[in-house]
Structures are given as C-alpha cells and as structure tokens.
Design a protein around this ligand. Structure first.
Ligand code: ZN
Length: 586
C-alpha cells in the first residue's frame, strides 16, 4: 500500500483550505486579484509544508475559467486538468530527477510557445537547487526576458544552493514549519472525516513525530491507519515509529538537568530497541545542545532553529536551566562524541559513554545554582569586578594549572597546607618554557587583561573571544578563528558593536575578526597554545584548571578552594619529591 493516500485525498483545493503560510498566500492572492503576479517566484522552506501546493493553486488560479481571480474554482476544465496533471499549459518538473541541461533547453523551447488562448503557461520546478550549472544558465536566459503569460514557480529546501543571478530575478517567500496546533487541528478533522477514533496521546505523538511537516503528519497517519483502521491509540504509534526525536531531546535534557545517568541510559536503550540509528541519535544530541545554546544566549536566535515554534518554547524553558558555558561544554562533548560514534564499529558502547559524560558534566548547573544561592545569601555578585577578589594568593593556582591536562574537580585545599600554600608544581621543561616565552612576546599587549575584563563583564562573549588568536595588524587587532570555531565567531559577530566599544576603551584599538584555515590557523594556534601552556595568565591558569567552567572558577575563588589536577593528586601521594623538582624552577 502506498502511504500517500491521505495527502492526495486531502490536498487543499483552495487557498482558504491551506493550513498555515498565511503570510505567503495573503500576498500572492493580492497579486492575483490585481493581475500583478511576477514572472518568477521562489518558495523556500522545509519539506512538506505547502510549497508545491501553493504553486499548483497559483497555476490553477491563473488558468481557471470560473470562480474569482484569487481562488481557483476547482470545477472548471482548466482546474481539473491541473489537478490531474494533464494540463498542456502547466508543466511540473522535479529537478531532483531532471538535472540535465537538455530538460531546460526543452523547457526554454516550450516557454516560447504561446499558451492556449486566455491561459498562462506555468512551470513548477521542485527542488530547483538540484539543477546543473548548465541548466541554471539556460534558465537564466529565459528569466532575463520572460515571454508574456509565462510564470515560474520554484520550490526548494536549500535556497543557498541557488545561484545569485537566479535569486535576483525571483520574488522569494519563505515557508515555515507548521505549529503543533495547526497540525493537530488538521489531523483531527481528517480523522473525523475518515470516521476513525484518534486518541489524544496518539495525536500528540504523530504531531511530534511530524516535526512541523504536514506531509509527514499525513504519511504517519496513513501508516497508523493501515495498522489500526478504527481506533488509533498511543501504543499503535509507538509500535510503528519508536520514540519521537523531539521527545527524545526533551527527555535527554531532563535527564541532564536531573543529573540522572540512568535515565539517559534508559533513553538510549529505548532508542536502540525502537530500531533507530544510534548515529542519528548521537547527531540529534549535537543539534539539541546547539538549539539550547542559541536559545540561552539570545532568544531571537530561534529563527535559526528549524523546529516548530511551540517545540522551541519547550526548549527555551529548558535552556534557562543551563549556563551558556555549560551548554558550550555540552555541545563540544556531544559533537566530539558524535564524530567518534559515527566512525566506530561499537556505536552503542560509545554512545552510552557519551551520555554518562554529558549527564555528569551537568554538575556545573548545580554549581551555578549554588553560586546563585551564595549570591542571594551574601547579596553580592560572584561574577562582577572582572578579576579575582583582592587578596587571593596568586601563586597557589597558577602553577597547578600550568601542569598536566586538568580535570574539572575542585578539591578543598589540603588541610595540612592551610596557611602554608603548597609549593608550586611545575612539569614543563625549561627549554619549552624559553621557546614559549619568546613566542608569547609576539602576542598583543594587554590582550589577556582585556579578555579577563570581558570575562568578568560578559562571560559568554568572553569565553567565545578566548577561542580566537590575536595579532597586531595595521594598528588594529586581528582576531583569527580556525574554521572549526566558526560558531563562536558567529556568536561574537552578533555582539560586535559592544565588543568594539570595549576594545576601544581598554585597548585603544579596533578588533577585526578573521576566519582562517589550514596551516595559518595551525601556526597561530600552536604559538598561542605554547604561550598558554607555559606562560598562562592567572585567569587562563584557573580557567584551565576548571576545564573552562566559569561557574566553577567563581566558586573556587569564592570558597578559596584549589583545583588539583587529577594526575597531580595521584602524583602527590606516590611521588612526594615532585615539590623538590618544582623548587628548582624558582
Ligand atoms: Zn477553475
């Protein structure tokens, strides 16, 4: 059985019957009424939300001999021919399967023919971004001088792949995903028309699974109907489709917020039992934390998230429970985990390890709650001031952090060392130090102080800035980001005016942002890494010791605790003579 019965049967026959996309249809109907339709339109947006439906309705309305100008009658010969796909004046092309130049030459030849008297010739090209370069060139020639009464309606899920020359000749409309309410209302009325009992739990799952696509929603309903023709309950949907992706994301976030690794592992178990790809699941984790981060940093960034508005609202509420730094860390772990899982022959094991890691990382959220509570108790902010509280002994944290890769675990200062800070522990060989010190000399004056001030005033912006590598360039500061830090660069660009203001105030210069790649990035990165390793600022040292967790840092300062690298903690007990080695450095 084919699963497109409902989509065909209930395809909207009029603009009035369309669900959603009113922002598009309102404008197009106004143009139809005034007979002012442009020659070429581009409909972009996710799949299954009405792009070709609107194109077909326009084709009918343009050729309809009955009814009103801005709504096809659906009954005349012309309307029937378009609906049946037999109209000589309306040609529908799926570019995904016709990408050669010949088809477009053919199309160009056909465009030269005059349409039937009183009619319009309409070309609907679906997935237009799939056309070859040659095909686009041929198309461009037609669009440069379109014959009278010839119209093009292009649909695409990937507008960025369309040449600018074509884009500039189209009026563009962006279709949006449908909300849960819109999908629910439509499914409810279709179920009623079909005489089937659709239980609320089942409806909720189908709608969630469809993720804003009407076509998917109807296809899912088709399949469930085939399995249970009279009454559809929640279990029927779960049996067919397993867990719903968006529900999985929400449940995972709950597990992370509750610091419950068991809950996350049970979730993985259910995903696997449902026959879903673990690779996809791991990738959905990356998407999920990216969504949370965007929403946490700036709610207006929701525009970049391809999910229905009500789904975004749930994520927005969840995002509020996380600090941006935590989400950056979660995103970072999730994407590295995905890379490993993607390549691995043992995806299940790695996925479980990743989930536990993500959930345990969450202790930062608790720390940030703790910080908030401390702030409430003491009535003073822990993040203000831009630097460590006065009187903090600097010697205790800096050398410890410059040592082996640290773990983000705060250990209370050793009781035996109270009032008598432990000797600095250094691991670096002195020749490395010399090399790094000379490398460090070439970095920008005052940069680290600037970053520290920024971290104090705007932690999220500051932590992004830290990913860039500064250099003097024509009296300005060029801040370079390797390609894999593109995301941080984008976040900074949103705050650029504020950043420039601070840069002028504190450094007396402007900052230029660069995206660099390959050898250049490596070279800069290595130089900067070397400097951070051997000559870190106090802030960098503490930050490294805290694994980049600003909340933990604040807490460490506040409690006057010390971060002890795990490797050192072992070493402390087994090799007490290390302190002696460190003393030689001084
Ligand atoms: Zn008609």
């Amino acid at each position: 059985m084919s699963y497109h019965a409902l989509a065909r049967k209930y395809r909207p026959a009029t603009f009035d019957a369309m669900v959603g996309q009113e922002h598009v249809t309102r404008t197009l109907r106004a143009a139809l009424r005034r007979d002012k339709l442009a020659h070429a339109y581009l409909f972009s947006g996710p799949r299954g939300c009405g792009k070709t439906t609107v194109a077909r309705l326009l084709a009918k309305a343009l050729n309809c001999t009955g009814g009103v100008k801005d709504e096809p009658c659906g009954a005349c010969e012309a309307c029937a021919a378009v609906a049946a796909g037999s109209s000589l004046d309306v040609l529908e092309i799926d570019a995904a399967s016709h990408t050669g130049v010949d088809n477009v030459r053919e199309l160009r030849d056909m465009a030269q023919y005059t349409p039937s008297p009183g009619a319009s010739r309409v070309f609907i090209i679906d997935e237009v971004h799939m056309l070859s370069k040659g095909a686009f060139n041929a198309l461009l020639k037609i669009l440069e001088e379109p014959p009278a009464r010839v119209f093009f309606f292009f649909a695409t899920t990937e507008p960025v792949k369309i040449p600018r020359t074509i884009l500039s000749r189209c009026q563009r409309f962006d279709f949006r995903l449908l909300t849960r309410d819109e999908l629910s209302a439509r499914l409810t009325s279709i179920a009623a028309a079909e005489g089937v009992q659709l239980e609320p739990g089942a409806l909720r799952l189908i709608v969630a699974q469809a993720e804003g696509s009407m076509r998917d929603a109807l296809s899912i309903l088709d399949q469930v109907l085939a399995a249970s023709p009279e009454r559809i309950d929640e279990q029927a949907v779960v049996d067919l489709f397993g867990l719903v992706r968006s529900e999985v994301a929400i449940e995972l976030n709950e597990a992370v917020m509750a610091r419950d690794p068991g809950r996350a592992l049970r979730l993985a178990d259910r995903v696997a039992a449902g026959g879903q790809s673990l690779d996809d699941f791991a990738h959905s984790l990356v998407d999920n934390f990216r969504h949370l981060l965007l929403l946490r940093i700036d709610p207006s960034l929701a525009a970049g998230i391809s999910l229905p508005e009500d789904q975004i609202e749930i994520l927005r509420r969840q995002a509020a429970h996380f600090a941006p730094q935590d989400l950056l860390a979660l995103l970072d772990r999730a994407s590295r985990g995905f890379e490993r899982i993607h390549r691995s022959g043992q995806p299940r094991v790695l996925l479980e390890a990743l989930l536990v890691e993500l959930v345990l990382l969450e202790s930062r959220v608790v720390l940030s709650d703790l910080v908030r509570r401390l702030e409430a108790l003491t009535g003073s902010p822990l993040t203000g001031g831009g630097g460590p509280p006065a009187g903090r002994a600097t010697g205790a944290t800096k050398p410890a952090a410059a040592a082996t890769p640290p773990v983000a675990r705060a250990a209370p200062r050793d009781a035996s060392a109270a009032g008598n800070p432990p000797a600095p522990r250094q691991h670096g060989a002195s020749q490395v130090r010399d090399a790094a010190v000379s490398a460090a000399a070439t970095t920008v004056d005052g940069w680290t102080a600037f970053v520290e001030t920024l971290l104090g005033r705007q932690p999220a912006l500051g932590s992004c800035i830290m990913e860039g590598i500064p250099a003097e360039e024509d009296g300005r500061i060029a801040l370079s980001f390797p390609v894999e830090k593109q995301f941080q660069l984008q976040l900074i660009q949103k705050d650029l005016p504020r950043l420039q203001e601070l840069a002028r105030e504190l450094l007396g210069r402007d900052i230029v942002l660069n995206l660099v790649s390959g050898a250049e990035a490596d070279r800069r990165e290595r130089r900067e890494e070397l400097r951070r390793a051997v000559a870190p600022t106090e802030h960098e040292a503490l930050q490294r010791a805290c694994g980049g967790d600003a909340t933990l840092e604040n807490l460490v300062r506040r409690l006057d605790a010390e971060v002890v690298p795990e490797a050192d903690r072992d070493g402390w007990h087994t090799a007490p003579d290390r302190g002696g080695a460190a003393k030689r450095e001084d």
